[in-house]
Ligand binder design. Structure first.
Ligand code: ARG
Length: 455
């Protein structure tokens, strides 16, 4: 195996062993292998069209590429990088004809092109994995129709909502990430013919290569084409956004399944026990999710920092884009899979929920809204309910049990007893939230239809 087949000519000595191990892109860029073949195929066709290869030569090389793609499905090579590997493998199959392939291209545009082709598929995979997670949320929302939970702001009990409404809030957040995937994918452009950064004098057509690869856009500027790594940054941003959502779900479910909240159960298969405390059923899957989301979020910062202040155009630093990306990509899919399975197995603890929904404060805002409907302005209504809460606290009586003369005195309105006492009903409360995006069941159903229609 020649160590430096792309650039040996001007060197007297080969690279030191240490240098070789230190610099090889072999670990991460083997994932680019199928795209290296795809890009090379398109390139060879364009070379033939430009007259830089004869028709016969091109046919031989294309057949050779076909052969090596069957020979090595996922190569474990010794060469400097995936480009050198394919070149070498091709030489074994078509002989010195292989030396004509690297005409009018550089590894600079090639590695960019391979990465872009890889990301085009990657977005499809992420989109599908996100859809599966979304489907699990929607299914669970349908299964647990009508179940009501407290919602929280500042982690203080706020108002009651349908559990389905809560789950779908995450489904819509995921929908926005899917939209990002579509957007970033559509921006992927062909860098070919940029070569080492200045373009080429050889008559190869950028349109032919892009057309063959099915890329609808071509970089306008050859320096930009090889100097930027925006496509990886975009993908890492997507991963960070997924990490953020997964971390919030994880935190919610860790809390909701604790003794103190206690209204949610994480499936047993995704929990573990304690070595000393026999009663424990710990939400380890979600704790790891919470911790590993950090990795997903840091990828963007890592690559931004690697790229920061690099001089134009290509620098070897940029090889690290793949080290950052591929390890995180594997983690991303693993985390999405685990989270999807956990969602499928989530259960509500009804007895505990009924107890929690007895908390009168969850209905304080409902009292206020009734006062506004009775003509009080919002400030006075807010103050009045605030006074009532303070009074109830002082008397040590639940809001719903306060005597009516006291209620009327604090609220400043002649509210009917039946109206007042009915306000502490969770179903009444959720069904009253009929504003467009409110938690009333009609709206939840609309959300489900929307999400099911979008797949
Ligand atoms: N392994 C390199 C990378 O991933 C390929 C490009 C090398 N280009 C160069 N001029 N050394 O960035």
């Amino acid at each position: 195996m020649a160590r430096a087949q792309f650039w040996g000519g001007r060197f007297e000595k080969g690279p030191a062993e240490e240098m070789w191990e230190f610099s090889r892109g072999g670990k991460a860029d083997r994932f680019l292998y199928p795209y290296e073949i795809e890009a090379t195929r398109a390139h060879v066709k364009a070379l033939a069209k430009a007259g830089l290869l004869s028709g016969e030569e091109a046919q031989k090389i294309l057949a050779g590429l076909e052969k090596i793609s069957k020979l090595y499905s996922s190569p474990d090579y010794e060469e400097e990088d995936v480009h050198s590997f394919v070149q070498e493998a091709l030489r074994e199959v078509v002989g010195s004809l292989a030396d004509k392939v690297h005409t009018a291209r550089s590894r600079n545009d090639l590695v960019a092109g391979d990465s872009i082709l890889m990301l085009r598929d990657w977005y499809g995979g992420v989109y599908d994995a996100l859809s599966r997670l979304q489907d699990a949320l929607v299914e669970k929302a349908k299964d647990l129709k009508g179940k009501i939970i407290p919602s929280y702001t500042h982690l203080q009990g706020a108002q009651v909502v349908y559990f389905s409404h809560y789950l779908l809030s995450y489904a819509f957040a995921i929908e926005r990430i899917k939209e990002l995937c579509t957007f970033f994918r559509s921006g992927l452009s062909s860098p070919f013919t940029a070569c080492a950064g200045a373009g080429t004098s050889l008559p190869v057509s950028a349109e032919d290569i892009a057309g063959e690869l099915g890329l609808s856009r071509i970089y306008e500027n050859s320096m930009d084409a090889i100097a930027n790594r925006d496509y990886f940054l975009d993908a890492l941003y997507v991963m960070g956004r997924v990490g953020l959502i997964l971390s919030r779900m994880a935190e919610d479910w860790i809390m909701y399944s604790s003794n103190e909240f206690g209204f949610l159960r994480i499936p047993e298969e995704f929990s573990t026990g304690s070595s000393i405390m026999p009663h424990k059923r710990n939400p380890d899957s979600m704790e790891l999710m919470r911790a590993r989301s950090v990795e997903l979020m840091l990828g963007l910062t890592r690559l931004l920092t690697i790229l920061k202040a690099l001089p134009m155009t290509y620098n070897r630093d940029m090889q690290e884009d793949k080290e950052v990306f591929f390890s995180l990509s594997a983690l991303l899919f693993q985390m999405l899979g685990v989270c999807t399975s956990v969602i499928k197995g989530l259960e509500l603890v009804e007895e505990r929920l009924s107890a929690l929904l007895e908390n009168d404060y969850l209905y304080a805002t409902d009292i206020m809204e009734v006062l506004i409907k009775m003509g009080l302005d919002s400030r006075r209504a807010h103050m009045a309910v605030g006074r009532l809460v303070r009074r109830a606290e002082k008397e040590g009586i639940r809001l719903r049990d306060l005597p009516m003369d006291l209620v009327r005195k604090e609220l400043l309105v002649d509210i009917e007893e039946g109206v007042y006492r009915s306000l502490f009903d969770p179903v009444r409360s959720v069904e009253s939230k009929t504003s467009y995006n409110g938690t009333a069941w009609g709206n939840v159903e609309r959300q489900i239809r929307l999400l099911e229609g979008r797949r």
